[in-house]
Design a binder for this molecule. Structure first.
Ligand SMILES: [Zn+2]
Length: 247
């Protein structure tokens, strides 16, 4: 049986001398693991279209126990990411994170679009890697059943105060009267406003905000801690991203 869908290669693994296993975030079927046989790939010209971060129209053959790639026609690649190591490393980290969040045997169109937009905005230098990273983390988690409750202070229902406290383990928010450092990370109101925007605005608008450098740093720390605590694991690609000296 053949499955046809568009998808982005988010991970690859060498299998033996000649073959590869690729992990594809597809719009119709969520995460698919599929073998790419080298002989087949060379013959049908699909070495490039099955590379990491290639976006292609795939035809998968579904065998008894596994999938293999029958064909892959290119739709987009993001080679301009190579020009900036922070953008490239952010892309690898988001690919790993989205692989953790992606459903199997279930459509994942929103997640795929979010990741494609993230790569595009960084490749074309339309948004900074840190803005893309925080936005993609928060929105992807929200779309995957980990929506934080940013509507109001958990205790008194106050909508806002000059500083607020966000707990990345519970996803709850506290105002300055009810919360303190023991309740979570201290955030300025502009960082909280950006988090609300990312979680609650329309899909196509999520990247359309701007922040001061200081508030962007707060947003980044909050989104990253939220991603790490909610998924309960570490990411090698994130460790690498954080090891890059800031330019
Ligand atoms: Zn309160």
């Amino acid at each position: 049986m053949n499955l046809e869908t568009d998808g982005l290669v988010i991970r690859e693994q060498k299998i033996g001398e000649n073959d590869r296993l690729i992990f594809v975030l597809t719009s119709k079927y969520g995460l698919i693991r599929a073998f790419v046989r080298r002989a087949n790939a060379v013959k049908s010209n699909m070495l490039a279209t099955t590379q990491l971060l290639s976006y292609s129209d795939f035809v998968f053959y579904k065998g008894k126990n596994s999938y293999s790639v029958n064909s892959a026609q290119p739709k987009a690649s993001f080679f301009k990411l190579n020009e900036d190591i922070e953008a490239m490393s952010t892309a690898f980290y988001l690919a790993e994170l989205f692989g953790e969040l992606a459903p199997e045997n279930h459509e994942a169109e929103d997640l795929l679009k979010l990741l494609l937009n993230s790569l595009y905005l960084m490749a074309e230098k339309k948004r900074s890697p840190s803005q893309v990273k925080a936005t993609a983390e928060l929105r992807a988690l929200s779309n995957s059943g980990y929506m934080p409750n940013l509507v109001a202070c958990e205790h008194c229902g106050a909508y806002e105060s000059d500083i607020m406290f966000f707990n990345p383990a519970s996803g709850l928010l506290y105002c300055s009267d009810c919360g303190g450092p023991a309740d979570g990370m201290q955030l300025s109101l502009s960082a909280v406003t950006a988090m609300r925007f990312i979680c609650y605005s329309e899909e196509k608008k999520v990247f359309n905000f701007s922040l001061s450098d200081a508030a962007m740093v707060e947003l980044n720390q909050a989104a990253e801690q939220f991603a790490l605590q909610q998924t309960g694991r570490n990411y090698k690609t994130l460790d690498f991203l954080k090891s890059i000296p800031k330019g």
